[in-house]
Design a protein around this ligand. Structure first.
Ligand code: NAD
Ligand code: ZN
Length: 342
């Protein structure tokens, strides 16, 4: 089969012929239909310091996908060839305290699809049956392909109740864009998106933002005044990984405000702890998605009218992976999808 491979240490990816993965008794083999490009894939392609210390080539990359089951292991039940599925990219140990308690997103021994094991930018991918999500009938395949980052968005957006609240979304990358639509769907009052990229600010408005501002040009206190907000944001979703964005969120929260942090800074950052203490803020780190409560929430929100399709801006065939990666890297894009059906 053809797959996008990090063949050796250093920048770049290669489209090459590799064996179809073999499956164990608890695994399923999936024919990949569509995949989404994630920031993680860009890091691996570029071979930045994180990738250099994390990735062991050769490795098939990619983890956001939808496809149909073509083969199941002898021990697998509940899945059959032809089922339309996506995969949870965090393969957990199943044995630690958190896994045993049903809190698999807290597993201390997680292996990432397309990071620590061969991934989904390929014609076929194998995963344990415990990592497979059955799509409900009627879910659009492009949206199904990005359930992984959509799950990051939902897990963060619903970390705290948003009904009637004023929400700040810092960073309108693909995940911030989807989170904007989610908090709007979940009944937030004002949804303020802070994002320096013009293309993404325009998309944020389409996703339901009340207002989208360039943090390099406008202070959030002025935005609060414009909207008639009195005490500050009730909820902030940090989705940029940028120090200035988190500091600005902390400065603009209402007393008792809550900040869910998904963005991953490249370095340590310093924060104003006095404001966190005196304004009684809660900061919560978010990693991945809950297995499988978040997947359920995504499904039922789509069934109850949530539309995130505008976050998908580019579509390519897998042979044009270089153009697809360039679009994702450019910043003038939302989610970039690659199709693997010839
Ligand atoms: P992205 O890099 O596409 O989006 C980040 C956005 O932040 C960009 O559009 C950028 O222009 C914007 N930005 C830059 N400076 C800013 C500032 N000062 N204020 C506000 N916005 C600013 O990333 P993404 O794929 O949407 O992911 C969002 C973040 O979440 C990234 O940091 C990513 O690494 C992280 N992430 C975390 C997890 C997790 O499990 N915790 C999973 C996936 C992604
Ligand atoms: Zn575990």
């Amino acid at each position: 089969m053809l797959a996008l491979v990090k063949a050796e240490a250093g920048p770049g990816l290669r489209l090459q012929d590799v064996p179809v993965p073999s499956i164990g008794i608890n695994d399923v083999l999936i024919r990949v239909h569509k995949t989404g490009i994630c920031g993680t894939d860009l890091h691996i392609d570029a071979w930045d310091p994180w990738a250099a210390r994390t990735i062991q080539p050769p490795l098939v990359v990619g983890h956001e996908f939808v496809g149909d089951i073509v083969e199941i292991g002898a021990n697998v039940s509940g899945f059959k060839p032809g089922d339309l599925v996506s995969g949870e990219g965090h393969v957990v140990c199943g044995k630690c305290r958190h896994c045993l308690a049903g809190q698999r997103h807290l597993c201390v021994d997680t292996v990432g699809l397309g990071v620590g094991r061969d991934g989904a930018f390929a014609e076929y991918v194998a995963l344990p049956m415990t990592n497979i999500w059955h799509h409900a009938p009627g879910i659009d395949e492009d949206v199904a392909a990005i359930f992984d980052p959509f799950g990051n968005a939902v897990h963060t957006a619903l970390a705290f109740p948003v009904l009637g609240e004023d929400v700040l979304v810092s960073g309108a990358g693909p995940i911030g864009l989807m989170a904007t639509a989610v908090v709007r769907h979940a009944g937030a009052r004002h949804v303020v998106v802070s994002e320096p990229n013009t293309f993404r600010r325009e998309l944020a408005i389409r996703m339901g933002a009340t207002i989208a501002v360039d943090p390099l040009e406008r202070d959030l206190h002025a935005v609060q005044a414009e909207l008639g907000m009195v005490e500050g944001f009730d909820i902030a979703l940090e989705m940029s990984g940028v120090e200035a964005a988190l500091r600005s969120a902390i400065e603009n929260m209402a007393h008792g405000g809550r900040i869910a942090i998904l963005g991953i800074p490249t370095d340590e950052i310093s924060l104003d702890v006095n404001t966190i203490v005196f304004n009684q803020l809660t900061l919560r780190g978010i990693y991945g998605r809950e297995m499988y409560e978040t997947w359920y929430q995504m499904t039922v929100m789509l069934q109850s009218g949530l539309d995130i399709s505008a976050a998908i801006t580019h579509r390519f065939g897998f042979r044009d992976f270089e153009a697809a990666f360039a679009a994702a890297r450019s910043g003038d894009s939302g989610k970039v999808i690659m199709s693997w059906l010839a």
